[in-house]
Design a protein around this ligand. Sequence first.
Ligand code: T3D
Length: 274
Amino acid sequence: MSAVSDGRTPCSPVLVERLGGVGRVRLNRPEALNALDLATKTQLLAALEDLAADQGIRCVVLTGTGRAFCVGQDLREHVSRLNEVGPEGVLATVPEHYNPIATLLHTMDKPVVAAVNGVAAGAGASLAFLADFRIVTASAGFNLAFAQIGLSCDTGCSWTLPRLVGPTTAMRLLLLGGTISAEESLRLGIATEVVPDAEFEERVHDLAGQLAVGPTQAYAAMRRAVAYASSSSLSDALAYEAELMARTGATEDHQQAVDAFLAKRPAIFTGQRD
Ligand code: T3D
């Protein structure tokens, strides 16, 4: 694990652990419910950039320390910065930090799992919406907190949330706010799975481990195909699918997997680009 406190120096707000092919990013400000201050946003972006570029990492897990996943922007820092530099200065954090973090989570060439260990609010909820899987512990919840502080929404949730729950429910959640339970999030299609608290860590570990030995290039292509198709015509989506099928069809992983299928033995994927 990198960026671990030695007990004398202050703990890093973002911890990164590489375990096999899994890269785990843990927001680590439990005393502030993992609220995103400048240091946390900067380190989160750097951690995601490192893991995205690391060919040995084939699945990224985003999670939090303590009772929250992430409660979005640190409002204490926000208020003091508002007084120092005014709204234009403060809100520059959206294009400078939130947007590149969101883009990276959505476009990196490997699957992303949000391990929602507790409440996810504001931009914290938006971060979870960008993942391919949201494994939610039973005591967690989601809160689209933006309206309660008189702000619009960010970190991609105007794009992700209606796609997850449809526009009617997205508008209800955004305009009325309030915390929805893990069970409600499953019913609405936000959570992929809700897991009893006692089984949460093991379930995340198993899923991430499974993804990290999968056909990484095929997973990456599927991420791209689904994102592209969500705002393209059918004919454009078909053309892009054909391009991605040709690309994945040329990988060693594909060749050995079809050989393994015919030989009735399990495929072993390397995930490497050929
Ligand atoms: O610069 C910009 O602002 C642009 C970017 C914006 C992106 C955003 O994310 S805007 C949205 C920011 N987030 C929020 O508005 C969420 C605010 N928090 C809440 O609504 C509630 O805390 C929760 C629903 C998340 C959890 O409720 P609950 O009852 O479990 O906990 P609590 O008692 O409200 O909070 C516990 C402590 O955490 C409390 O501090 P205290 O009293 O113990 O000293 C509370 O102030 C603190 N806390 C919670 N959220 C934040 C926070 N401190 C700083 N920033 C927060 N976002």
